[in-house]
Design a protein around this ligand. Structure first.
Ligand code: GLN
Length: 309
């Protein structure tokens, strides 16, 4: 059981102050102008616990581009829709490669290594596009339901610039289509994927939205069943091995929590039976993970003894 600090909000504030002082905090994603323009020194931290309380510090109400954190939402939607047949089209192994890598796809016959690298998320997006008449609206509705608010939108500047600079993702999707692992038309799959990447959420919203993964698939605030207990365990397992790209091993070693990062600078970490930590700060390390976000989550997990191992 995690240690209960006498004042969690104060602890979060002190970890945030410490992270703000880090001398070498990386650099903002610059593959699209809309992300390169984000003010680099923003920083937020929130913890939602399964009793529904939210503690926070810094810019925890500021909405940011969730980017690859959205891969969790897409996967849960697709698991609910497709059942176990999903795992014939995407594996559950860590890739050890950068998130947008294409190299393994050819020798693995178009089957991506896991759903949390771009190739895997594109296969998941294909399943959603093929199964919903309005997959983008369904994605946004699902996220709003999880975050318990209608106040979540897509950043249109990010969405359009993702599309303009989407050649690598297009290459991944076309290669998989050549192997028969993309059913819909590639532009439709990319459109869905870029849309979900462009959803904006705050740390507080993100932490609340993932509480079901800390609570066996049940959203603890309204008792709604979001996925089966078995699938919540499975999502957490893959997050543990693959959620932090090719830094997942180090993250398991030093932090020991299922977690997902995005190039917008967000990181969500699941603490089973306790809650969710959401951290955000836009400057990234070489793996595409938020430097200050990693620092805050590492410190918090260490001080409260949160490692699942
Ligand atoms: N939109 C980004 C991409 O597809 C998301 C990647 C990420 O957050 N790692 O390249």
């Amino acid at each position: 059981t995690p240690k209960q600090p006498s004042n969690l909000s104060l602890l979060l504030q002190s970890l945030l102050d410490e992270a703000q002082q880090l001398p070498d905090a990386g650099k903002v994603a610059d593959y699209i102008p809309a992300l390169a323009a984000v003010a680099p020194d923003q920083i937020g931290l929130a913890v939602a616990t399964i009793d529904g309380q939210v503690h926070s510090a810094g810019d925890a109400d500021t909405a940011f581009s969730i980017q690859s954190v959205s891969k969790i939402f897409g996967l849960v939607q697709a698991m609910n829709r497709k059942g176990d047949s999903l795992w014939q089209r995407v594996h559950m192994e860590p890739s050890g490669q950068p998130f947008n890598s294409i190299v393994q796809l050819e020798w693995e016959h178009g089957i991506p290594r896991n759903p949390f690298i771009n190739a895997g998320a594109l296969v998941v997006a294909d399943m959603l596009v093929s199964h919903y008449s309005a997959s983008k609206a369904a994605a946004l509705t699902f996220i709003r339901r999880l975050a318990l608010t209608e106040q979540i939108w897509v950043d249109n500047a990010v969405y359009h610039s993702e599309k303009e600079h989407g050649n690598r993702n297009a290459a991944l999707a076309y290669l998989m289509k050549s192997f028969g692992n993309i059913e819909a038309e590639v532009p439709d799959v990319l459109d869905h994927y870029f849309y979900q990447c462009s959803v904006e959420m705050s740390c507080k919203q993100l932490a609340l939205s993932l509480l079901f993964l800390a609570n066996r698939g049940i959203h603890p605030v309204n008792e709604q069943s979001i996925c089966s207990r078995r699938d919540a365990h499975r999502v957490n397992a893959i997050l543990s091995t693959s959620g932090m790209y090719d830094q997942s091993g180090e993250f398991a070693f030093t932090v020991g929590l299922p977690a997902k990062s995005g190039v917008g600078g967000g990181i969500a970490a699941i603490v089973p039976n306790y809650g969710v930590i959401a951290a955000w700060s836009p400057k990234l390390n070489n793996f595409g993970n938020s430097c200050r976000g990693m620092h805050m989550i590492t410190q918090l997990a260490g001080q409260l003894g949160l490692s699942v191992y």
